[in-house]
Design a protein around this ligand. Sequence first.
Ligand code: 5GP
Ligand code: ZN
Length: 114
Amino acid sequence: MTDCLFCKMVSGEIKPDTVYEDENVLAFRDISPQAPLHVLVIPKRHISTLNDLDEADAQLAGQLTLAAAKIAEQEGVAEAGYRAVMNCNAGGGQTVFHIHMHVLAGRNLTWPPG
Ligand code: 5GP
Ligand code: ZN
């Protein structure tokens, strides 16, 4: 999608602070970090919201989760702990409509989230 911010990161039109990349997944630091570590993990293929995932995307959804765990290991927070979360639509706090998993760590993350 040409007018999608995260698709522009995939295409290289905008250069993110990349922390992980493979064939299907890109991960980069959030521009407005909510914790000492705040990374966004996205599929390279545009999918607007979690509601738009279908059965054919099951492997890709799993790859996002596996990438989040790899990034936590790479960034040295796997043992201490981290949060991996996806927001869906306005009520879930989604503001960028290309699905992404937030990986947050480095401070005490309380529950429930706000
Ligand atoms: P959402 O609110 O949709 O779950 O998360 C969107 C995230 O994208 C927010 O945490 C926001 O800070 C981040 N974000 C918005 N614009 C940019 C940008 O231009 N670059 C980066 N790296 N992150 C962005
Ligand atoms: Zn997109």
